[in-house]
Design a protein around this ligand. Sequence first.
Ligand SMILES: Nc1ncnc2c1ncn2[C@@H]1O[C@H](COP(=O)(O)OP(=O)(O)O)[C@@H](O)[C@H]1O
Ligand SMILES: [Mg+2]
Length: 238
Amino acid sequence: MTIKLTAQQVSMRFKDRVLFHIPDLSIGPNDAIYLRGDNGVGKTTLLKILSGLLKPTTGRVNAPNDNIIQRLFPRSGRRDVVYLHQSPYLFDGTVYENVAYGIRFQKMSAQDKRAKVITALRRVGLETLADEHISVLSGGEKQRVAMARAWILTPSILLMDEPSASLDQESIDRLVTLAKDLLQKGSSIVVTSHQKNALTDLCRKQWWIKDSTLIESPLLQIITEEKQENPYAKSNAN
Ligand SMILES: Nc1ncnc2c1ncn2[C@@H]1O[C@H](COP(=O)(O)OP(=O)(O)O)[C@@H](O)[C@H]1O
Ligand SMILES: [Mg+2]
């Protein structure tokens, strides 16, 4: 499923400090956005607001599939917009159980659910670890479990917060495969990252939080900036 999310006059203030004020933004359908900005400018805060986990100080976020629960309890999380945490929260259970958790309420047979979970685990290369307890996994493997749990929901918008920080190459490659698959299905992704990498390379737009607001520009400018910052960046800027 693919949706367009819009927001107007969204601002966030912590005590007297205004983190940002964004007059207008929209995601989707089928966007791939690289969200940039210095440490502490509010990237994580913005993603949490967009996913409905945090209520902005002012403004509105409109997602067509918001249900009555989201309207009554603004911090309950938004259906269809999934936030992938940098250090994912996984619960005390097996790899399989953690991925199956995402579809526990979906109306389908137990057999179909199992097939879906196994497919997701196969796509992140963890099917052989399905019955292992989550505690034995490496950081990269845990991130892959979280990604499988997000992917299985086929969210309209997947918000990935620093997903590649300290990940090994195989884990990055797996995340890229799933992100590409979601894009092919019409979903949108937003990726924050300090460095350009295979995930940010999927992006066609950039958002930059700067001077307490959001600036949008096409991908072309990302390449230009990389060249200015680092003359050797040319070879991997494509
Ligand atoms: N609940 C909170 N109360 C007060 N300040 C907060 C809270 N959450 C985040 N901040 C502050 O807001 C700023 C932006 O945080 P964050 O969104 O995590 O930035 P980024 O992800 O861009 O590094 C930081 O200075 C952080 O300390
Ligand atoms: Mg952050």
